[in-house]
Structure formats: C-alpha cells, structure tokens
Design a protein around this ligand. Structure first.
Ligand code: HEM
Length: 184
C-alpha cells in the first residue's frame, strides 16, 4: 500500500499514545522504516504487521483498531490532506455513498500503483442502501465500518452500518446494510 496509509497509522498512534509507543510497535512489528514516504509503495505485509503489533501493545483487538483507524482516516487524514478528493466525492452522505464505487478511480489518477478496494451499491432507497465491498486484502471490513461512520460524522448524519455475514460470498466480498438519518 502507499506509504500514506502507514503514515496515517503512525500519526494516529503517536498523537494518542506518544512517540515511544509507536517506536515499540515498530520494533515488535519488525518494520525498519523510520519515516514513511506518502507516495512510495510498501508491501501490504508492513501495514498488517504494524496493525497487529499496535493492537497487541495497545491491548485492543485488531478489528477494533481498524475501526478506529477508519474513522481517523476520514475525519483527520483525508480531511487534512485530501480535502479536495473528499469534496469531489459528494455533497451529502447519500451522494458520497452512491459515488463511492468510482471514488478510488480518481485517487488512482494521482497514485498509479493503487490497488483499490471495490465498492458497489444495490437496493438504493432514500435513506438506506446495501453496500458491497470487495478486496484482495483480507480482514479489512472493520476498517470500512470505521470509514462509513466517519463519513456519517463528516456529513452530520446518524449512520447505522451492519455487516450481513450471510450475504457475503467468501472472505473477499462483504455486504453491509447502511442506513442514515439527520442527527437529532
Ligand atoms: C480522500 C481520500 C482517500 C484517499 C486518498 C484514499 C486512498 C487510498 C489508498 C492509497 C489506499 C491503499 C491502497 C494501495 O495503496 O494500493 C486505500 C485503501 C482503501 N481505501 Fe481509500 N482513500 C480515500 C478514501 C476512502 C474512502 C472514503 C473509503 C470508503 C468509504 C475508502 C476505502 C478504502 C479501503 C477499504 C481500503 C483498503 C484496501 C482494500 O480494501 O483492498 N477510501 N485508499
């Protein structure tokens, strides 16, 4: 994955737990990169090792950490560094979700080595839809849940995002029921 993902993880952990904790995580993960370059590509294993080590040291489980990272990605990283992309993604939560299947195509214009996730929407109604997530990378569904909740906060709507295990076809396809309403 592009270095900006690992860099964002480093920022989130350093901000919440200090630099020394991040250094311990990096040591346990056996990752010798001191500073990630946003636009360089790194093996996915680096990210998985860092997430696994971070969960262990912070006493969280991996899905919980990925969820928190998803929210951080939207509300901090993307808002701070990729605001133009977020803005181009839609003017409301609904618009953003409907455009999500094409979102990373725009990102790929800037990042040609991107191996993006795939999204599709079905059963679209005024305040609900079904979101399909496909990826070559296992275990990232909680990250998607965090991203969706972060988008809800960004667009000031109350989001319910529920994974439907029965509808998913194997580890590479996850289905979510997504519903939203204005924040009371
Ligand atoms: C402005 C913002 C965004 C940028 C610049 C961006 C960029 C990226 C990058 C660089 C990766 C790593 C993949 C690689 O390097 O090959 C990635 C992965 C991912 N992105 Fe985005 N992204 C953005 C917003 C979003 C949003 C809003 C969502 C969903 C709601 C999303 C969902 C994902 C997921 C699930 C992955 C994990 C990779 C996978 O599932 O295979 N991203 N994105």
């Amino acid at each position: 994955m592009y270095g900006l993902v690992n860099k964002a993880l480093c920022e989130m952990i350093t901000r919440g737990h200090g630099e020394a904790t991040w250094e311990r995580i990096r040591a346990v993960a056996d990752v010798d990169v001191e500073v990630f370059i946003s636009m360089d590509s790194y093996p996915d294993a680096v990210t998985y090792q860092l997430v696994g080590a971070a969960a262990g040291i912070l006493g969280e489980d991996v899905p919980q950490l990925l969820y928190t990272f998803g929210r951080h990605w939207v509300l901090d990283t993307a808002a701070q560094h990729y605001g133009h992309l977020l803005q181009a993604g839609g003017r409301s939560f609904r618009e953003f979700m409907l455009a999500l299947p094409n979102f990373h195509a725009r990102v790929a214009l800037m990042m040609p080595q991107l191996v993006p996730p795939e999204f599709a929407c079905s059963d679209v109604a005024e305040h609900t839809l079904t979101l399909h997530y496909r990826s070559q990378r296992p275990g990232l569904a909680p990250f998607v849940e965090g991203l969706i909740d972060g988008l809800g906060e960004l667009f000031k709507v109350e989001v319910q995002c529920r994974r439907i295990p029965d509808a998913s076809e194997g580890p590479s396809h996850t289905v979510f029921d997504v519903g939203w309403s204005p924040v009371a």
